[in-house]
Design a protein around this ligand. Structure first.
Ligand SMILES: Cc1ncc(COP(=O)(O)O)c(C=O)c1O
Length: 287
């Protein structure tokens, strides 16, 4: 299926022009976004995604978008898409701006809002690589889901070039951090651990739900303490004494079966976490 776009009350095709060339999102990546899965015509966890979108916008100095407008756009693109619609993308940018990084004066700012729908099937397993580039946990935009994703484009392109589908990054102090579009969970000694937000990773909604749902059923899944997960713990995954899973809105919880080109075993807890997530997801599409 093709992509359907909504902006300002109107639907557009994927190739139709709709943003001015001076949109600050386009010129300098001044924007924030959300990606969520769509199941049976319903955007999954939309309320949590809208909350994070507002948080990212405020963190960037933008105004949180009107929730009613976003929901209108979401309903419009889903209604206009075929049954294969599997993912949504909501983008809010600073709107028209100067050619450099400063924005227009507040009175002259008009933010742009775009909602896009497309197809997207979750993958059951992940194949990942390590990359030499790092997340900056002290960045001005750490933890915000901004449209400045060029670093992720480079890292995930390298993953695809090597036959994988995701790259796992360290942060500047050598801690395990996250993937380009996913959070990471490490299974070791009967526990599934995910790096804390202080590592600079995004507060992923899949990560957050897995932590909540695991706690509810007593599955040993927890946030690691700062410094507890070093990047070189990935050596243990290659050696087979630890396992990895990735989480994200399209892949859900996905055990890793290949690291740096070596086949690795899906960990039992990773598989259990995947099962739990799939089961709970079906119960409530806006948890
Ligand atoms: C950098 C980054 N980390 C983690 C995630 C996972 O977050 P979520 O589970 O909310 O999709 C994403 C999602 O795209 C991301 O871009």
């Amino acid at each position: 299926m093709g992509v359907v776009i909504w902006s300002n009350g109107r639907l557009y095709g994927p190739e139709e022009p709709l943003a001015p060339g001076i949109d600050h999102g386009l010129t300098v990546g001044d924007g924030v976004f959300e990606t969520c899965a769509v199941y049976d015509g319903t955007a999954f966890a939309l309320t949590r995604h809208l909350r994070r979108l507002a948080r990212s916008a405020l963190g960037l100095g933008l105004t949180a978008p009107d929730e009613g407008a976003v929901r209108e756009g979401v309903a419009a693109v889903i209604a206009a898409s075929g049954p294969d619609v599997g993912r949504l993308r909501i983008t809010l940018t600073g709107g028209p701006g100067p050619l450099g990084s400063p924005r227009f004066a507040p009175a002259d700012q008009r933010q742009s809002l775009f909602v896009l729908a497309g197809s997207g099937a979750p993958s059951d397993v992940s194949r990942v690589i390590r990359v030499p580039w790092v997340r900056n946990e002290r960045s001005a935009v750490a933890g915000l889901k901004t449209t400045s994703y060029a670093e992720n484009v480079v890292a995930v392109s390298e993953a695809y070039r090597l036959g994988a589908d995701e790259a796992v990054l360290a942060n500047t102090v050598g801690e395990l951090c996250e993937g380009t579009a996913s959070n990471v969970f490490l299974e070791r000694e009967g526990e599934l651990l995910t790096p804390p937000l202080s590592s600079g990773c995004l507060a992923g909604i899949t990560r957050e739900l897995l932590l909540e749902w695991s706690a509810a059923v007593g599955l040993p899944v927890r946030e690691a303490a700062p410094g507890e997960l070093r990047y070189d713990v990935l050596d243990e995954v290659v050696e087979g004494s630890a396992h990895l899973a990735m989480s994200g809105s399209i892949r859900n919880v996905s055990p890793v079966v290949s690291l740096d080109g070596s086949e690795v075993e899906a960990g039992p807890l990773c598989v259990e976490a995947q099962r739990l997530f799939q089961a709970r997801l079906a119960d409530d599409l806006d948890p």
